[in-house]
Ligand binder design. Structure first.
Ligand code: IMP
Ligand code: MG
Length: 180
């Protein structure tokens, strides 16, 4: 399967270094606020795990599972497959995402969580592909790991038809992979 990676975009080391910086920044920002970090499954699992163990302040973990994506094409239609396990009303909430692409899923997730009346709601995404943003998406990332070019990437939680999530780096998928 590795032969289907054209090139490595972000090495394991680059990713870990950046996550340490993000965790330090958010630890300072959220000290004393007991934030809830909401991970959007499944792509965020690696980022979530590496981030949260470097967040040094008291916090809570929760997850949401939304879906819409199949293959490399977004259908744009979202639904909540699994909602939060706790009430977030009056709490400081940070959404953790793997990638901010068209923005459909973050827009959906943000509005869904906002309706639960948190005290504050911010977005932290590991990757951002700004060139892909759809018109009408109004949410912005408050914290971003890396801005990346308009390429379909896999690894470090990101998949192509559920494969490649286990790679420890982020790579660009070669066109041959789509043909299989
Ligand atoms: P959006 O709704 O288009 O912003 O897409 C967000 C979701 O689509 C992400 O959480 C990913 O699961 C998936 N996605 C978007 N771009 C990529 C990519 O380059 N590789 C793998 N998955 C992607
Ligand atoms: Mg995802």
């Amino acid at each position: 399967m590795l032969q289907n990676i054209s090139y490595v975009l972000l090495t394991e080391e680059q990713i870990q270094t950046r996550i340490k910086e993000l965790a330090a920044e958010l630890s300072a920002e959220y000290a004393g606020k007991d934030p809830i970090f909401v991970g959007v499954l499944k792509g965020v699992v690696m980022f979530y795990g590496d981030f949260i163990k470097r967040f040094t302040e008291p916090c809570q973990m929760d997850f949401m599972w939304i879906s819409s994506y199949s293959g490399t094409v977004s259908t744009g239609k979202m639904n909540v497959k699994q909602d939060l396990s706790q009430d977030i009303k009056g709490r400081h909430v940070v959404i953790l995402e793997d990638i901010f692409d068209t923005g459909n899923s973050l827009q959906f997730t943000y509005e869904h969580l906002l309706s639960k009346e948190p005290a504050s709601l911010k977005i932290c995404t590991l990757l951002d592909k700004p060139e892909r943003r759809k018109a009408g998406v109004t949410v912005k990332a408050d914290y971003t790991g890396f801005v990346i070019p308009n390429e379909f990437v896999v690894g470090y939680g990101l998949d192509f038809n559920e494969h490649y999530r286990n790679l420890p780096f982020v790579g660009v998928l070669s066109p041959e992979a789509y043909e299989k």
